[in-house]
Ligand binder design. Sequence first.
Ligand code: 5AD
Ligand code: SF4
Ligand code: FES
Length: 344
Amino acid sequence: MEEFVDKLEALQILEREEFKELLLCNDDYIFERARCVAQNVYGKNIFMRGLIEFTSYCKNNCYYCGLRAGNKEAERYRLSKDQILECCKTGYPLGFRTFVLQGGEDAHYTDEILVDIVREIKATFPDCAVTLSIGERSYESYERLFKAGTDRYLLRHETANDEHYKTLHPDSMSCANRKKCLYDLKKIGYQVGCGLMVGTPNQTLEHIVDDLLFIKELQPQMVGIGPFIPHSNTPFNGKNAGDVHLTLNILAILRLMQPNLLIPATTALGTLDTRGREQGILAGANVIMPNLSPVEVRKKYMLYDNKICTGEEAAECVNCMKNRIKQIGYEIAISRGDCAEFQR
Ligand code: 5AD
Ligand code: SF4
Ligand code: FES
């Protein structure tokens, strides 16, 4: 086990069997090395992103997600440009220097509407980064949004294995198009984030190795990883949630594989374990994404059951996170938190 950790730390690629052994290991050594690597690049700074969940409409029907179009129980809402700007105005004095606009795939938000929103945020907060996380769009659309000033784009690939992808999504969606979108985004010049869920139905260790190899190839700036958590109004109701320890091992492997990655300690991790986000940071994560959405809409953005931080004001979550992070010996940086240059 230690041998493989050291090999990864020396930036050598592992054999599939070696990756599998690390994924299954139960040893703090991997976390210690991952923390050390993270600290060499980013110190003990944790970057904060303000998450603005601006639309709960979605045309897609991913089998795992509570916002899927087929979930007729889901309450839908859209935030106006003014409401989105209000979220930013709340976030700025709390120390946020990145705003992440996330939503389902909602045709209401045309390029024109989004360009106008992004321009206004960038004009009002010139020292802030804007991240979009609104799913699959055309090359031309991504290009227009980039030219409007968008800095980053998050699009989790969910699983890099085509067969597995088909068991999580209806035929209208494809693994190949997902990957194409990610390469398009990189080509245009975005800082790009991909990512996966851990423990989705039918997922095997081989699939996770495929994910690691895909990430190695794509070389994204960010990777979001959280455990799968079932939602009661989806086809995956009653399925088991993902494993927290396996999630932490994957975080640590990614930190060792690509030292400068931006890796969030996700809300899903914090939902399955009260100390999940702290454990994520101690396994090599360096980003947290507190919610800046208006409290009135929080409970309507339910990707999975029992999501945490849906009743607290942004300021409450920021204070809570500050304390949690301080307790483990880290601190929140007031910074855009861009990706450090490749150090190889
Ligand atoms: N459990 C965990 N994560 C989920 N997501 C969607 N549904 C679930 C779920 N049931 C994740 C997906 C998506 C991101 C916004 O939320 O990975 O890309
Ligand atoms: Fe829509 Fe995204 Fe949920 Fe899929 S995961 S149903 S694309 S909001
Ligand atoms: Fe939201 Fe602790 S981070 S309540």
